[in-house]
Design a protein around this ligand. Sequence first.
Ligand code: GAP
Length: 513
Amino acid sequence: MNQEDLFKNLIAHCKEYGFIFQSSEVYDGLSAVYDYGQNGSELKNNIKEYWWKSMVQLHENIVGIDSAIFMHPTIWKASGHVDAFNDPLIDNKDSKKRYRADVLIEDHIAKYEQKIDKDVTKASEKFGASFDKEMFLKTNPNVLRNQQKIDEIHTRFAKALNDSNLEELRQIIIDNEIVCPISGSKNWTEVRQFNLMFSTQMGSVSEDANTIYLRPETAQGIFVNYLNVQKTGRMKIPFGIAQIGKAFRNEIVARQFIFRMREFEQMEMQFFVRPGEEMKWYEYWKEKRMKWHHALGISQNKYRFHNHDKLAHYANAAADIEFEFPFGFKELEGIHSRTDFDLGRHQEFSGKKMQYFDPELNESYIPYVVETSIGLDRTFLAIVGNAYTEEKLEDGTDRVVMKIPAALAPVKATVMPLVKKDGLPEKAREIMDKLKFDFNCQIDEKDSIGKRYRRQDAIGTPFCITVDHQTLEDNMVTIRYRDTMVQERIPMDSVNKIIAEKVSMKTLFEKQA
Ligand code: GAP
């Protein structure tokens, strides 16, 4: 099955099993806005916990806050978002569809990259163990031609972005004969800038009402609170402030399910450092964050770094951690060296000092900031996209299983009485009553045991505990493991301990050390 079909199946599966619903579905939905269902919200909460504890609990010099979504409108003037938080948009005159010009070009480059990948796969299948990938990439004429094309477009593209040259962006689209995916035509409008912030009015009387913005990033809530936290927490540089919260962007092209949403959640951490030490910390956080991803056990080949072609208005270095989604490698997390831009601008616009007194250096300065910023919804998509598996079993039947890391699984264990009589439901309840204080668990009494296993596989429950007639005699139960489907007989009173070991986040934390 190709990636596109697999992705469609994943989206349908997320709906069918209570992970993600289209927002306002009964009113035909609201574009690029989604609701998380009963299993989705559990998984989301577990991802948040994994991130929060990794950042706050494991770092003595990082604390967390929860700032408001509404903020003083001048904050967005100071941060540069009012003037510079734009995407270049282009319309196709035939389909009347609107696109991001930069995304059209990036997708075009990705097509050449895919051609190279295809050639590599073909050659490695042909030559087997003797295949030398590096040599192939350096010498194969097809690869060289495609790589040259990528380099040509990329050089022009990076320059156009850095110069904010909208005409040149359009010219790249024209020169490369990029067509509208809907109409197939090259009938493009000019490229225009489009500000991504949502605005609304605060105040009851329209004449007095102030225009305020829904925050497009959580980071500014950290910047404007940095001295409050530093003073009340007696924090010494270097130190960090972490936050999880909603952000809003009026995305032009909101596609690919929860990858690009108009309302989404970010998990951000601003790390305040001495001026001049920011590159050391930038490298430190790049490595640290990659380890966080790798600890999840997803293949390391699915992650890569990508340096930004165009630095945001606040950054002197920036890289993305990209993940191989079903639609290719795309940004999952950003690591940005934001200099003293934000704090400096807030000092300028508010008239309040943003300086920190460094007792070791005996001097005051505005700290530099290295930020790690990850989308919670994109992390969710990476995890479910990787977990979703369609399997053909030895007996010829099919199963769909969500191989979600056990520590993040929405339901950790489901207890199943083999039949709904003879005291088995009561025994199952006894086990459940012990488990529920430690884990999110369920009891499932309906349908055949096979059907019940499939239902739990579909939501990613790592353990099923079956109670049968024998249990009443020897207090032994069957534990069934989701990924291997192996079943074992274990004493009833060891269930909590076995599950605790396997679902603990401790193993994920230790892998990051
Ligand atoms: N404070 C820096 C900042 O906001 P960003 O690269 O614009 O940087 C950080 O966003 C992360 O937020 C991205 O790596 C992505 O995971 C997530 N993100 C950004 N826009 C998003 C959207 N429209 N939908 C879902 N996630 C988004």
